[in-house]
Design a binder for this molecule. Structure first.
Ligand code: PXL
Length: 279
C-alpha cells in the first residue's frame, strides 16, 4: 500500500485543504499521513475566522518522522500561509524525500486574477522557488501568473498556455499542469506539459456555470490519489477533472446546500469507480 504525507492547514469547516485531502486520498486506497500547518475555524474567504499557527511543529514532526524511518511515496503540499512555512517545507522535502518520492505542489494562493487574503506578489515568487523542488505542480492561471511575474491574462489562446507551461517547468519542476483552462465556453479542463518528453496534453469535460470554493483542493487531492493508485500523470489529471465535475454536479443537485465547498462526499463512490479506468 502506498503512503503519502500531505502538508496543509486544517480548516475545521468549509471543505478545503486537509478535510478534503484526507478522505479523497484515503478513498484512492492510499494511506494519507497529515502534517497540519495551522488550525482555522474555517477558510479565509469567510468574513471571519480564527487562526492557530502550527509553524513551530513542522520541523519537529518532520525530524521525528525521518528518525522513525517513516518514508513516503509522495509529499503533497497545499495552502501554506507564510514565508517561514515555505522555508520549513523546503527543508522537509530535503529531509523526508526518500528515493522515488514524488513531490506534488498545489501553490494555493490566488484565483480569478487576485491573491487570497494575506498573500503578496513576493510570496508568489518564493512559492515559485519551492516549486523547483516538485515533480508536478498544479497551479491555476492566476497562481501561475503571479509565480512567473507576468500579468494575468484570461483571454489566452493555446500558444499562450503552452508558453506559460514552458516557463513554469523552467522553474525547475519537470511537469506542470495548468488547471481551469478553457478554449470553448462549454468546456473546462487541465493542460499538462512534460518538459522531459517535451509533450503537451489537454483534457476537458463539461463546464458548469457555477463557482464553488475548494474545487482546486479537490482537484489536486484527486490527482495525488490517482497518481498513487498507479495512473500516469495524464490519466490522473483526467480522473481529477471528471471527479471534480461530478462533485460540482452533486452540489448543484443539492437543494439543501449550505453555502461552502462542494459535495465531494457524495461523489466519492464515483471517484473509486473512475479510478479503475486507466486511459
Ligand atoms: O481552498 C484553499 C484554502 C485552503 N486553506 C485556507 C484557505 C484557502 C483559500 O482561501 O483560506 C485556510
Amino acid at each position: 500500500m502506498k503512503r503519502i504525507l500531505t502538508v496543509q492547514d486544517v480548516s475545521c469547516v468549509g471543505r478545503c485543504s486537509l478535510t478534503v485531502a484526507l478522505p479523497i486520498i484515503s478513498a484512492a486506497g492510499v494511506e494519507c499521513g497529515i502534517l497540519p500547518t495551522a488550525v482555522l475555524s474555517n477558510h479565509t474567504q469567510f468574513p471571519k475566522f480564527t487562526f492557530c499557527d502550527l509553524t513551530g511543529e513542522i520541523e519537529k514532526i518532520s525530524e521525528t518522522l525521518r528518525d522513525l524511518s517513516l518514508d513516503f511515496d509522495s509529499i503533497y503540499t497545499g495552502y501554506l500561509g507564510s514565508f517561514e512555512q515555505l522555508s520549513l517545507v523546503s527543508d522537509l522535502f530535503d529531509r523526508n524525500r526518500a528515493e522515488g518520492c514524488k513531490i506534488v505542489i498545489d501553490p494555493v494562493m490566488a484565483d480569478n486574477g487576485v491573491l487570497y487574503k494575506g498573500f503578496t506578489p513576493e510570496f508568489a515568487k518564493e512559492m515559485a522557488k519551492l516549486c523547483s523542488k516538485a515533480d508536478l505542480i498544479v497551479p491555476n492561471l492566476t497562481e501561475a501568473s503571479f509565480m512567473l511575474g507576468v500579468p494575468y491574462n484570461p483571454d489566452y489562446d493555446e500558444e499562450y498556455v503552452k508558453e506559460l507551461l514552458r516557463k513554469l517547468t523552467a522553474l525547475g519542476c519537470p511537469k506542470a499542469a495548468l488547471t481551469g483552462i478553457s478554449f470553448d465556453k462549454s468546456k473546462l479542463g487541465v493542460y499538462l506539459y512534460d518538459s522531459e518528453s517535451d509533450e503537451y496534453f489537454y483534457y476537458c469535460n463539461d463546464y458548469m456555470p457555477v463557482s464553488y470554493h475548494g474545487t482546486g483542493d479537490i482537484f489536486a487531492s484527486a490527482t495525488v490519489g490517482a497518481l498513487m493508485a498507479g495512473h500516469s500523470t495524464a490519466s490522473a489529471l483526467k480522473v481529477a477533472v471528471d471527479f471534480t465535475l461530478e462533485c460540482i454536479r452533486c452540489t448543484m443537485a443539492d437543494g439543501n446546500r449550505r453555502s461552502y465547498g462542494v459535495n465531494f462526499e457524495q461523489a466519492l463512490p464515483y471517484y473509486i469507480e473512475r479510478l479503475r479506468r486507466f486511459d
